[in-house]
Design a protein around this ligand. Structure first.
Ligand code: NAD
Length: 498
């Protein structure tokens, strides 16, 4: 039924030998297409093609690689509307939000077009008399990326432009929930002149992921998704001898100080909590009000939540789209029920929301809960839906302690007018990305993205300089050119540099 999404191997779409599963539209519940799922045989074939392609691509001049990426940039800009329609239909997010994530993916592509600057090695003349030293960075070979449903364009773009610019072949395993954007990107790379096999897409679920994590032809795995799967991928691929970066889940807190502009803070927290129905790794599912900020913030955030228009992503009047699956919707409702039963006060209640004409869609309205104990799972767990918990503490130190007690450490924000507290916050908080009066502090493409603690496993953050470092390995070369008649006595001592 509908369209067919196949793997993209060796420059053509291929059905492979695996099973299929339906692709569903979250706004209607309807089946819109069929996805072909990979298996070990599909991965074997793709790695074989990638290995041959990488041997040649790794030798292509930096100038030619850059030209391909420049063309890709133009093609991606032209294809933004087409990709956004796929994303909105399969993920549910609004068209504007889908275009926004493509624009953020473009940043990493632009970083990759100028990577030649960062690929320059170091050179030192006369490290010892008549001896020079230099370093160079080389590709790893075939590398794989495994990505989540919530950013079907941006998150893969954190990976493949840098992997390709540095001479690797890249195998993408996108989320099975919204796979179409990746196939459009594969087509664009081909149009841009990238040799077939350098960028490939293998669809699927656990079987495909496990085959990628253990395949001996793959040198490195980049993963972005939930914490349990990040741990599994990190463990499995590391045990198979691969370089691994595995970015996991989050439960980002925004601290609202009493000196903050409360109306401003509430509007920013609302966009962090309810934008894309809270299904962002940098969403703000927890606000922490400090002292006298509590009551005015509750009033302001409730007003913000109540004015949001919930509807399908392709309706221009929609502020907040559906969540990804019926299960995700049930989970948000169940966690609200449990919070209420435990004494939580539900200030804004989106549980009963029905969108006219979309009765089978996965809609739930914005929810705001307060008066929860800090041990309750609706506060401690990642809900990944439009549910904001407002916690209350007495002072700045208690806020820092609460945020640092979370096992997650992806992003956080502080809203304040005080440079003193802002500076202390960035110093004392155990979180990888911090916003000061900025609710979703996603670093731009030429910085790197990554959390601490259970939000990232591995040594490297994603994209930017850390992406370059992840997808290359360094060689250090020491050089000496003795003259034909130069003689030196053999020394058994470890060489020192005279
Ligand atoms: P997920 O972990 O369910 O899936 C991520 C990828 O893993 C998908 O490609 C999926 O096919 C695969 N997968 C799923 N189950 C698997 C299994 N049992 N074994 C092997 N592979 C499996 O995540 P999701 O629901 O697609 O995405 C939402 C999650 O991703 C949230 O937890 C969110 O916080 C997180 N996320 C984190 C970041 C970050 O930068 N830290 C960014 C985006 C999303």
């Amino acid at each position: 039924m509908g369209y067919d999404v196949q793997h993209w191997v060796g420059g053509t779409a291929t059905a492979g030998t695996g099973s299929t599963q339906p692709i569903l539209n979250p706004a209607t519940g309807e089946e819109v297409g069929t996805l072909h799922l990979g298996d070990a045989a599909t991965v074997d074939r793709a790695v074989e093609v990638a290995t041959a392609a990488q041997r040649e691509w790794g030798q292509v001049s930096l100038a030619k690689r850059t030209q391909v990426l420049y063309r890709m940039r133009e093609l991606l800009i032209d294809a933004t509307d087409e990709i956004a329609v796929h994303i909105s239909r399969e993920h549910g997010k609004t068209l504007g939000d889908a275009k926004g994530e493509i624009a953020r993916g473009l940043e990493t592509l632009e970083f990759a077009t100028s990577i030649t600057q960062d690929l320059k090695g170091g050179f030192s003349e006369n490290v010892s008399t008549g001896v020079d030293a230099h370093t160079m960075r080389q590709p790893l070979g075939v590398v794989a990326g495994i990505t989540p449903f919530n950013f079907p364009a941006m998150v893969p773009f954190w990976m493949h432009p840098i992997a390709i610019a540095t001479g690797n072949a890249f195998l993408l395993k996108p989320s099975e929930r919204d796979p179409s954007a990746s196939n459009v990107v594969a087509r664009l790379y081909q149009e841009a002149g990238l040799p077939d096999g350098v960028f490939q897409v293998v669809h699927g679920g656990k079987d495909t992921v496990d085959a990628l994590c253990t395949h001996e032809g793959i040198s490195a795995v980049s993963f972005v998704g939930s914490t349990p799967i990040a741990k599994h991928v990190h463990r499995t691929a590391s045990a198979a001898g691969k370089r691994v970066q595995a970015l996991g889940g989050a439960n980002n807190h925004a601290v609202v100080m009493p000196d903050a502009n409360i109306e401003f803070a509430a509007s920013q927290v609302a966009s962090g909590a309810f934008g894309s129905a809270g299904e962002r790794c940098m969403a703000v599912p927890v606000a922490v009000t400090v002292g006298e900020a509590h009551e005015p913030f509750l009033e302001a955030i409730a007003a913000e939540a109540e004015k949001l228009v919930v509807g399908p992503g392709d309706d221009p009047s929609t502020d907040m789209p559906p969540v990804i699956t019926p299960d995700a919707r049930e989970r948000v409702i169940r966690m609200t029920d449990e919070a209420e039963q435990a004494g939580g006060r539900v200030l804004v209640d989106g549980r009963g929301l029905v969108v006219d004409g979309h009765e089978k869609g996965n809609f739930v309205g914005p929810i705001v809960i307060t008066d929860l104990e800090p041990t309750h799972p609706t506060y401690t767990d990642e809900v990944f839906g439009p549910l904001l918990v407002v916690m209350h503490v007495n002072n700045f130190d208690e806020a820092v302690e609460l945020v640092n007690s979370s096992p997650f450490g992806n992003g956080t924000a502080i809203f304040t007018d005080s440079g003193h507290y802002a500076r202390r916050y960035q110093e004392e908080i155990q979180v990888g990305m911090i916003g000061i009066n900025v609710p979703i502090p996603t670093p731009v493409g030429y910085y790197s993205f990554g959390g601490w603690k259970d939000s990232l496993f591995g040594e490297h953050h994603a994209h930017g300089p850390e992406g370059l470092s992840f997808y290359t390995r360094q060689k250090a070369v020491t050089t000496r050119w003795p003259s034909q008649n130069e003689t030196v006595e053999a020394s058994m001592s470890f060489p020192t540099h005279d």
